[in-house]
Design a protein around this ligand. Structure first.
Ligand SMILES: [Zn+2]
Length: 424
């Protein structure tokens, strides 16, 4: 069985996460963490109201889809088991066929492996580590390429639509999947040099975001342009689910005891209409996804994101959410964000240049689904700098080394800011 620690999404295996002596100072909380994971492990697993008709989901007025919480992880995989049928095949160009009729059989089979053609000449066989389930028609798969230390995938299969990302951080290659209608998928390789996000769209409003506990309810609205680009209603919902689960994964990885609970998606004509949907449920946070190039200014409780920025390598919704909660860019990033703590750029043990989710320097390396914190490590490398360790930097970035030398009190701990929110 492949070593699960090779997967870049490391944390969701709770046994492994607890076994790894990652903390330096917070060991006293390990028992609490164990209880938390065992007792409310379902916080990130949500159920969807089973409004099924003819095997497809049905939606109410304005395409409102609601989700409810479930208490268990989805289907278990049988290590090493493959599937006899081909689920994805190349149609031509950047389009794949997806055998929706075989999908339920695949889930029931317990197969760990799933083959997907990436390009004309390259297929990948993914090993599924976890399946998060929101009812019979909605599954999120967390996967990686076996034996490949810097690979990962988040795939959502939802009501016939497929969306998500497959990424190889060591090569800085990122493939995005979008629905092209039932049984059809578009797969495109993202431009790895294009990782800059327009971060002027939200302001630091962490004092106004309605956080009242470890589970933050979300209503995600989208416009017609986003729905069209995403391949339809199920397609945009699948893309939203992939981003929400990516955010939840980043929070788990970063040991932030908070999770986002998607309570509804809704097509709305604009921010005002989304705000009306959101305000019906007190304490709900709103996220606006637009297919347009320009993102409208957000209101106090709405966070906005362009559809094109949502998957790897940009992870736009997760990054913007971090700003919304008070997390900033790395200290010397171009276009520095005035957050309360800094992101981090570093090299993996094998020399791969990587960035935590809030870093914003396209020429350095791709983002990982971690918030910076010197108490945490990614493949053995701390992903932040401890305060007051003057002259002992842990980064290969010369600019960051200079920064450390000039300011010993400077720190990198986006995750600390997020943890503090759950305590307030
Ligand atoms: Zn930013």
């Amino acid at each position: 069985m492949p070593d699960q620690r090779t997967w870049v999404g490391q944390i969701p295996n709770k046994d492994m996460a607890l076994a790894a002596p990652k903390r330096k100072q917070r060991r006293a909380k390990d028992l609490y963490l164990l209880v938390l994971l065992a007792g409310v492990g379902g916080l990130v697993f949500y159920g969807m109201r089973e409004n099924l008709r003819d095997g497809r989901l049905t939606r109410g007025k304005s395409a409102l889809l609601t989700f409810e919480q479930v208490s268990a992880e989805g289907r278990k995989t049988i290590p090493g088991k493959g599937f006899e049928r081909q689920l994805f095949w190349r149609i031509g160009g950047d389009e794949l066929g997806f055998d929706l009729a075989q999908w339920d059989s695949y889930l029931r089979s317990g197969a760990q492996y799933l083959a997907i053609p990436l390009t004309e000449s390259k297929d990948v066989t993914l090993a599924i580590d976890h399946v998060w389930e929101r009812g019979p028609k909605t599954h999120t798969l967390l996967a990686r390429e076996p034996g490949r230390r810097h690979s990962g995938a988040i795939l959502v299969v939802h009501d016939g639509a497929v969306a998500g990302s497959i990424f190889f951080l060591d090569e800085n290659r990122h493939f995005q999947l979008r629905s092209a209608g039932p049984g059809r998928v578009t797969i495109r390789e993202a431009d790895p040099s294009d990782q800059r996000l327009d971060c002027g769209i939200v302001s630091n409003r962490n004092d106004r975001v309605p956080i009242s506990g470890p589970v933050v309810p979300l209503v995600v609205g989208y416009d017609a342009a986003a729905r069209t680009s995403a391949g339809g209603v199920a397609g945009i919902e699948a893309m939203i689910l992939a981003s929400v689960d990516g955010l939840n994964l980043a929070l788990k990885n970063s040991e932030v005891e908070m999770s986002m609970r998607l309570v509804a998606t809704v097509e709305a004509a604009g921010l005002e209409e989304l705000e009306q949907w959101r305000s019906r449920q007190e304490g709900t946070m709103g996220v606006w996804v637009t297919g347009n190039r320009r993102v409208p200014a957000s209101t106090e409780v709405l966070l906005a994101c362009r559809l094109a920025d949502m998957g790897a390598p940009k992870h736009g919704m997760i990054h913007h959410w971090g700003h919304f909660m008070g997390a900033g860019h790395a200290a010397d990033d171009v276009g520095q964000w005035e957050g309360e703590a800094h992101a981090w750029r570093f090299r993996s043990p094998t020399g791969v240049r990587l960035s935590t989710i809030m870093a914003q320097e396209a020429s350095w390396g791709p983002r990982i689904l971690w918030f910076s914190d010197p108490q945490l490590s990614f493949q053995g490398v701390p992903i932040g700098r401890s305060q007051g360790v003057q002259g002992r930097t842990r980064t290969a970035d010369p600019a960051l080394q200079q920064r450390h030398a000039a300011d010993p009190e400077w720190s990198a701990a986006n995750a600390t800011v997020l943890r503090a929110l759950t305590k307030s």
